[in-house]
Each structure stands twice: as structure tokens, then as C-alpha cells.
Design a binder for this molecule. Structure first.
Ligand code: SAM
Length: 200
């Protein structure tokens, strides 16, 4: 991806547009802010970092788990072919859809539901980004990652997680590394916290 284009777009993306509550006035702070429903809009520097690490290409199909406000989605959609984004809280998804439609995006497909299982219908994905903390990496997400693809996912307990980058090479072999320490809200659902379904 073109990092100069990414940074130009990022600095002009008005984060306050993605916040409708009393936190709006703090939009330019580099910190997560409440968007209601016990959820947050992510910290701008982390949104940028995760996008840089994921490095979507113009022809990439991206799966995003945790639409939230739509802020990260906007960045992904600008630099990818298609973004498939899943949010479990209907009100957040619907508001994000309105915002992103108003901005003119035509390459985003939305789903309200449990993203911890991925979205088999549109798999495989060239990139997968999870913006909520998983207990472990769901096997479905690994399976839905295309060969040559990359996934970024925070893994660990609510207090602190390792931000993992998983790369699947052209032979289907996986490589995993920790690229940062982060603090995200919990991923819920079948493979989320407090659910002991089989995970990889
Ligand atoms: N990147 C988003 C933004 O910039 O606004 C912030 C995402 S917020 C930190 C995490 C989101 O993941 C929340 O909106 C939460 O409802 C959602 N979430 C948690 N578990 C989920 C699941 N199993 N499936 C889909 N969304 C989930």
C-alpha cells in the first residue's frame, strides 16, 4: 500500500464525524472514546498502526470484525476493493452504515451478528482485522484467510492483549508474531470471552 496516501487520508479523516455523543469534543485526542453500548471508537494512532500493518492492497477483500463507529472501516474501504464488516450491536452497525453511505462508500458490505465465526459466504479474505479482544484465535478466521493473506487480532484478557499478526503463505503455512500490546473491549460471541467453544 502507498503509505503517503494512507497518511494523507488519515490526517484528513475527521474522527468527530464518527462520534454523536458528548465525547465529540474530544475527538482529536489520541485515545479511545465511548460511543455508547459500552463500546469505544478506537484510538486514532492504533487505527493507523493496524491499517499499516495489515497493508491492504487495491484488490484486497477485507473482513472487519467490530464495525463500531465505522471509523476504521472508512480507512480500510479507501484502500481496499471490498470491506465486509460485522458488528453485533444493531444500533452501532446501522449508524455506521448511515455515516459511511453519506461519505459515498460503495464497497462496504455490512452484517449485524457474531463476527467471531467470520463470514464464510464471502471467504476467503485477503485481510482480516479484528477490533475486539479475542480469548484465542478462532479456527474459522484462520480457515477464512486466503493464501498470501494477513490477519491482525488482539488476543488476551480484557486488561491487556497481544496484537497478533498472522500471515498465511502461498502454501498455506502460518507465521505468527506479536506486534504490539493493546487494550480493546472484549470480543463476544461463539469464540469470544466467557464462551468456551473450541478454538485454535
Ligand atoms: N474500530 C471501531 C471504531 O473505530 O469505531 C471500534 C471497534 S470497538 C473497539 C469493538 C467493536 O466490536 C464493538 O462495536 C463491539 O460491539 C464489536 N464486537 C465485539 N464482539 C463482536 C462480535 N463477536 N462480532 C461482531 N462485533 C463484535
Amino acid at each position: 500500500m502507498d503509505y503517503q496516501e494512507l497518511s494523507d487520508f488519515f490526517v484528513h479523516l475527521d474522527r468527530s464525524y464518527f462520534i454523536d455523543n458528548e465525547m465529540k469534543e474530544f475527538a482529536d485526542r489520541d485515545q479511545p472514546l465511548s460511543i455508547g453500548y459500552e463500546q469505544t471508537i478506537s484510538q486514532p494512532s492504533l487505527v493507523l498502526e493496524m491499517t499499516q500493518i495489515l497493508a491492504p492492497e487495491k484488490n484486497s477483500c477485507v473482513l472487519e470484525i467490530g464495525t463500531g463507529s465505522g471509523y476504521q472501516t472508512a480507512l480500510l474501504a479507501r484502500f481496499s476493493k471490498m470491506v465486509y464488516t460485522i458488528e453485533r450491536i444493531p444500533e452501532l452497525s446501522e449508524t455506521a452504515q448511515k455515516r459511511l453511505n453519506n461519505l459515498g462508500y460503495k464497497n462496504i458490505v455490512y452484517k449485524i451478528g457474531d463476527g467471531s465465526e467470520g463470514w464464510a459466504e464471502f471467504a476467503p479474505f485477503n485481510r482480516i482485522i479484528v477490533t475486539a479482544a479475542a480469548e484465542r484465535i478462532p479456527k474459522e478466521l484462520i480457515d477464512q484467510l486466503a493464501r498470501g493473506g494477513k490477519m491482525i487480532i488482539p488476543v488476551g484478557p480484557p486488561e491487556l492483549q497481544e496484537l497478533k499478526l498472522i500471515c498465511k503463505d502461498d502454501d498455506g503455512q502460518l507465521r505468527q508474531q506479536t506486534v504490539d500490546l493493546v487494550r480493546f473491549v472484549e470480543m463476544k460471541g461463539k469464540y469470544g470471552w466467557k464462551n468456551k467453544a473450541a478454538v485454535k
